[in-house]
Design a protein around this ligand. Structure first.
Ligand SMILES: [Zn+2]
Length: 309
C-alpha cells in the first residue's frame, strides 16, 4: 500500500543529533530554519496561500520560543525543521491576519502530501508533550529532553523516562465467504451516513492477528481466518498507528457481542458504487475519507488487488 496520507515522511530524522544538544542549539541559529507552531493540536495555517506557516528566526526569538517547547524534527536537505509548542493561539496568530491555527483534518485537502506528513509529525509530538507534563509513576513534573524526543521526571529519586506514545489499532477489510461482498459498519457517533471497515485497538498480551479476530467477532459476530497484513498508516488523532489487514469470513450472519456498531452490512462491489464521498453531506451512504487506510482497503478490494491465497 503506497501513498497513504500522513505517511511518506519527507524529512531526514537525524536521530543521532537528539543527544548532541550543542549541535542542535547551533541549528537554532541558522537563518534558514523552519519552525512549525502547534497549539492545542492545531497547526498554523496561512489562509491566503493555503499552506502551512513556518515562522522565522526573528519571530521565534521575539516569542521566546527557544526553550524546552522546541522539538527537533529533522532536515529537508540542509534546512533544519522544528516544531514549537504554543500555549495561546493569539501569541502567534495575531502576527499576521492570514494566519490561523487549524485542525489538520480541516486543511488536509488543501496541502500537499509532503506537508501533511510533516504537519502530522509536528502535531503528534506536540500533543504527546502536552499530555505528558506529569510523571505517571510519582506524579512530579516532567521536562523535555533529547531535543523533544523524551520527557524525564524531574524527581532525582524517580528520573523516569517517558517516550512518545503510539497506540496501535487494527483495521480490517473482511470479505464474505462468497467473495462477492465486504463487511462495512457504522458507529452512531460518526458523521451522518458514513460507513467503514472494522477497527479496534490492540490490547496488552495480544498479537495483531488475534486482535483482528477478536474485534471483528465482538463487533459483528463474524469469525475470520486468513488474516493478512496489508500496510500501515500513521494517524496522529491523537496518537494512533493504523495497521491495515484483510481477512476472510467463515460465516455471514451477524450476532454482535457489543453495541459498538449501530449498523452492519455486507456490500457488493456493485453496491459500493452507490456510496458517495464524505463531502456529500446529505448522502446516507458515504465511504470513509480518501485520506484513510480504511478507504484504501476498500478501494483495493474493489479492484481485486487483495489476494487471500
Ligand atoms: Zn517520577
Amino acid at each position: 500500500m503506497e501513498n497513504l496520507t500522513y505517511a511518506g515522511f519527507a524529512l531526514e530524522r537525524s536521530s543521532e543529533l537528539r543527544l548532541q544538544h550543542d549541535e542542535v542549539q547551533r541549528l537554532k541559529d541558522q537563518d534558514n530554519l523552519v519552525i512549525l507552531p502547534v497549539c492545542n493540536g492545531k497547526n498554523l495555517f496561512n489562509n491566503s496561500n493555503n499552506t502551512y506557516v513556518a515562522i522565522s528566526l526573528s519571530e521565534a526569538r521575539d516569542l521566546n520560543l527557544f526553550d524546552e517547547e522546541m522539538i527537533f524534527l529533522g532536515f529537508d536537505g540542509k534546512v533544519p525543521y522544528f516544531a514549537a509548542n504554543i500555549f495561546k493561539e493569539d501569541q502567534i496568530s495575531g502576527l499576521n491576519i492570514h494566519w490561523e491555527f487549524k485542525s489538520l483534518h480541516s486543511i488536509i485537502n488543501l496541502i500537499t502530501f509532503t506537508q501533511a506528513s510533516i504537519l502530522a509529525y509536528a502535531r503528534g509530538m506536540s500533543i504527546w508533550h502536552s499530555n505528558s507534563v506529569f510523571c505517571g509513576k510519582c506524579g512530579m513534573r516532567t521536562e523535555s529532553d533529547e531535543e523533544g524526543h523524551i520527557r524525564k521526571c524531574i524527581s532525582l529519586e524517580c528520573s523516569k523516562k517517558i517516550f512518545p506514545r503510539i497506540d496501535p489499532a487494527v483495521i480490517t477489510l473482511v470479505e464474505h465467504p462468497s467473495e462477492e461482498s465486504c463487511l462495512l459498519g457504522r458507529q452512531a457517533n460518526w458523521p451522518f451516513g458514513m460507513y467503514s471497515v472494522i477497527a479496534g485497538f490492540l490490547e496488552i498480551g495480544e498479537s495483531l492477528e488475534e486482535c483482528v479476530k477478536r474485534e471483528v467477532e465482538e463487533e459483528t459476530g463474524i469469525i475470520v481466518n486468513r488474516v493478512l497484513y496489508q500496510g500501515s498508516q500513521p494517524w496522529p488523532f491523537p496518537s494512533s498507528l493504523m495497521l491495515g489487514f484483510a481477512a476472510k469470513a467463515e460465516n455471514f450472519q451477524f450476532s454482535p457481542k457489543d453495541n459498538e456498531l449501530e449498523k452492519i452490512m455486507w456490500v457488493s462491489r456493485k453496491g459500493l458504487k452507490e456510496f458517495t464521498e464524505m463531502e456529500d453531506i446529505d448522502s446516507d451512504k458515504k465511504l470513509p475519507s480518501k485520506h484513510s487506510i480504511a478507504r484504501t482497503l476498500i478501494d483495493s478490494w474493489v479492484k481485486r488487488e487483495i489476494k487471500f491465497l
